[in-house]
Design a protein. Sequence first.
Length: 79
Amino acid sequence: MNEKSSPESFEVALEKLQLTVKKLEAGELSLEESLSAFEEGVRLTKQCQEQLAVAEKRVEVLMSANAHSVETKPFDPKK
């Protein structure tokens, strides 16, 4: 995918990121292939982080629309 095309969905980008990590961890790529895969991984990570930030803001807006006073807290997956 080039920089000017629309980004993949979060799920597609995350799946591609996971596959990229597996390739890198396998250690079977050449140096050039590893660098290329790492660059792709960085791009996908940034894309996923941006999409998560947008989703978080949307949730905050929805929560504030449903209550007069909303206190936002960081998400804790352990709860």
